[in-house]
Design a protein around this ligand. Structure first.
Ligand SMILES: *[C@@H]1O[C@H](CO)[C@@H](O)[C@H](O)[C@H]1NC(C)=O
Ligand SMILES: *[C@@H]1O[C@H](CO)[C@@H](O)[C@H](O)[C@H]1NC(C)=O
Length: 737
């Protein structure tokens, strides 16, 4: 126990400086495995996330751990690419000397970065004693590092593993000590080969009564065995089950090239998440920023990376600015490589530059590429001694104004809020990796994306938005560049290689992703055309904020003239953008009866207008009629239903004194007509309005974004009143002609 607490004291991350002492770790050790006669030993040089996960599981089951080599330089070679690990044996020789005469003590050695325990001392010892051995090594299906030794191994039964793996073994202290001191070993020698040679020497094998755990009774090596194991749950307990041998291994080792698959299992193992109790690990290590004074908030460096035009970017910036976090604690860095957005960045700067602690902008003229810009962000963050780094791409909308704070509070090295394209399975993370390092769907991906499982998920890839703790930043320098990978994959690979876990949190709704796939920047206001790709954002921007009230049962739709209804439907922004779109297009009709745009080539009551199909908006407009107008029509003209609403005449009319100021009395060839005011009488123009002649009633005080809905054909003979100054714009549809 003393060992454990000392370890955590020494390794407290730099946050300790910034956070009050009450928030220091409260690792509860439930019982002591040394009292039962079992001591765990491991070798680790850094307190990586993998190491923390290992310690968490050890603590969970009350296992006492002695850690060797912590803080020392690793001298055992790079084991990810080659053999190595003799250094481990040399550390053990020194560290275990003191136990060499403890006849009753059982030592268990395991690796740490890629190991999770799923059981306690009593279960482990019980299993060990069943072997009737002095020492038991874990086993795997590959004969490594010297395949030529294969035939020297004793035969095993079907479904059992034949070859020794040195990532886990257990035995009586004196025997273990003799084994590790049997040979002189170089730091860069292969430890697995050293143990293998001892095991394959029949005399030595007998001498220390060494056996292999061929059935996974204690140790489960995952490499080559992923299909053989499955997760099981029992109340607040989660464990692994080997379907081939019917065992429930107690030490799970993500050896070899499949480490990230252990990360996936690690989301559940050691009671991290269970179906009945949900995310138990989420409640651990939580930082409560709510108790902080504003001046004590940690500093956050925000890097924004705009590579190409993206819809709704003004809204993106507003949501960033709207984060409930002291701006004086934030440094903002905006890289923009899209001329199209120069104005948006400038607007954001003008409004907020002074409010932030610092503001840096890298405009398109600098010609910085996407990789270098991202690496630059990391460098700037380091220069500022940032305590957190928030990475953002403009597809990521921080809808929740507390997102930044909530991410900090969840206290993980790297954490991304789960963002999806609304209603889609497209998200900002991958559940798993294919063997060549690309996307693979994990078994739980859908459950996570659909929030059927709520928690904190260790995943191999995140993008668009994530928060990195400051003490990890240094290791990521240059990490966005890789000769073979795009910057997004490169940084994730860097993080994985550094044993830095990337978590995705779906504990709350934090925001969503924009779909930038079909963004047509040839339009004056491309966002207006995003109705299909980004319906939620489109609605927020372009539908009148009070429209939803119109549909409420108790709402009575205004009726300014008999059977003429009136309701708010489009936002001011829409009205403005549509006018500008039309004026930008500029090809207003000449107001003559001959009209080549029409099937018959003839218009009986011509106006100066532009049709929606001339600006590529017809499909959008029909959708608008169906989704937003039809429900109101059904409410006011009960019993009429025609789906979808059909309309071939959809256009914007321009009235002005020097062009066409009015329109003579006529019937519309429609079942009903909608007429939306795009600007404001008394402000943008004088006069104007619709006069319903039979009803002897005019609507002149029209409101911007409000639609007038009236019957066509027989009953509502009407005229357009004279616009006496300025320009009046209206948007007309003849529905169901
Ligand atoms: C944050 O998490 C680490 C473990 O990763 C823990 O040691 C630390 O105490 C936590 N910070 C706070 C303030 O709880
Ligand atoms: C929506 O309704 C509220 C309350 O009647 C009003 O204050 C507000 O101005 C309306 N919004 C718009 C855009 O007209």
């Amino acid at each position: 126990m003393a060992l454990i607490s000392r370890l955590f004291m020494v390794c407290l991350p730099i946050f300790f400086v910034f956070f009050p002492p009450w928030s220091s770790p409260s690792i509860g050790v439930h019982s002591s495995s040394v009292d039962d006669g079992l001591l765990l030993v491991t070798v680790a040089s850094d307190e990586t996330d993998g190491f923390k996960r290992y310690m968490r599981s050890a603590n969970k089951y009350g296992l006492d751990v002695e850690v060797l080599g912590m803080g020392k330089e690793w001298r055992g070679g790079d084991m990810a690419v080659s053999v190595g690990g003799g250094y481990k044996i040399n550390l053990l020789k020194e560290g275990l000397k003191k136990y060499k005469d403890k006849k009753d003590l059982v030592l268990m050695f395991t690796d740490s970065y890629d190991v999770i325990f799923t059981g306690g001392a009593q279960e482990i010892l019980k299993m060990f004693k069943k072997f009737n051995a002095r020492v038991v090594f874990s086993a795997e299906g590959f004969c490594w590092p010297d395949a030529s030794l294969m035939d020297k191994y004793p035969e095993v039964k079907m479904n059992e593993k034949r070859f020794l793996n040195s990532g886990g073994y257990i035995g009586y202290a004196p025997d273990i000590y003799e084994i590790i001191t049997h040979n002189e070993v170089g730091d860069k020698d292969d430890d697995q080969l050293v143990y293998t040679n001892i095991f394959l020497d029949e005399n030595l094998r007998k001498k220390w009564n060494i056996k292999l755990d061929t059935r996974g009774e204690i140790f489960q090596n995952l490499n080559g065995a992923l299909d053989e194991v499955t997760l099981k749950f029992k109340g607040a307990n989660s464990y692994l089950y080997n379907v081939k041998t019917g065992t429930t291994p107690l030490v799970v080792h993500g050896n070899g090239p499949i480490k990230h698959r252990l990360d996936g299992l690690g989301n559940y193992l050691a009671d991290s998440w269970t179906p009945t109790h949900g995310c138990l690990a989420c409640k651990e290590d939580y930082i409560n920023l709510g108790t902080f004074k504003e001046q004590d908030y940690p500093t956050v460096f925000v890097g924004v990376f705009i590579d190409q035009p993206v819809p709704f970017i003004a809204e993106f910036f507003e949501k960033l600015a709207g984060q409930q976090y002291p701006k004086k604690k934030m440094d903002v860095f905006v890289y923009n490589n899209a001329n199209f957005h120069a104005k948006d960045v400038k607007n954001f700067m003008i409004k907020y530059e002074k409010k932030y602690n610092s503001f840096t902008s890298v405009p398109p003229e600098r010609g910085v590429n996407a990789y270098d810009a991202r690496n630059m962000g990391i460098d700037h963050c380091l220069k500022k001694n940032c305590q957190y780094y928030l990475f953002l791409e403009p597809e990521a909308h921080l809808d929740n104004s507390k997102t930044l704070q909530l991410l900090i509070e969840q206290n993980r090295s790297v954490i991304a809020p789960m963002f999806t394209r609304p209603g889609k399975l497209w998200s900002n993370f991958w559940g798993s990796l294919s063997s060549n390092g690309f996307y693979a769907r994990s078994e739980d991906y859908l459950d996570i994306v659909n929030s059927h499982r709520i928690g904190l998920w260790n995943v191999p890839y995140v993008r668009y938005v994530y928060l990195i703790q400051g003490n990890k930043i240094k290791q990521l320098q240059g990490g966005y560049r890789n000769d073979h990978l795009d910057h997004d994959m490169a940084i994730c690979k860097t993080m994985r290689d550094k044993n830095m876990f990337m978590y995705v949190s779906n504990q709350l709704n934090y925001g969503h992703l924009i779909d930038g796939d079909n963004y047509d920047t040839t339009r004056t206001h491309p966002d207006m055309y995003e109705m299909f790709s980004n319906p939620m954002d489109w609605e927020k921007k372009y539908i009148h904020e009070n429209y939803s009230r119109v549909l409420m049962e108790e709402y009575e739709v205004d009726m300014p003239c008999p059977d003429v209804y009136w309701f708010p439907v489009l936002s001011e922004t829409f009205c403005q953008h549509l006018i500008e779109e039309m004026e930008g297009f500029g090809q207003w009709s000449n107001g003559k009866n001959e009209d080549s745009r029409l099937d018959g080539g003839y218009e009986n009551v011509p106006t100066r207008d532009i049709h929606m199909n001339q600006v590529g908006f017809e499909r959008h407009w029909l959708h608008f009629l169906r989704v937003y107008v039809q429900p109101v029509q059904q409410k006011v003209f009960v019993g009429y239903y025609h789906d979808p609403p059909h309309a071939v005449m959809n256009f914007v009319v321009r009235y002005r004194p020097d062009e066409q100021p009015s329109l003579r009395p006529h019937h519309d060839s429609s079942t009903y007509t909608i007429n939306i005011a795009l600007n404001t009488p008394g402000v943008d123009y004088e006069g104007g309005g619709s006069n319903f002649i039979r009803q002897n009633c005019a609507v002149s005080d029209t409101k911007r974004g409000w639609a007038i809905l009236h019957p066509g054909r027989l009953t509502h003979y009407h005229e357009g009143l004279t616009t006496t100054s300025g320009t009046r714009y209206i948007m007309i549809s003849f529905v169901d002609p």
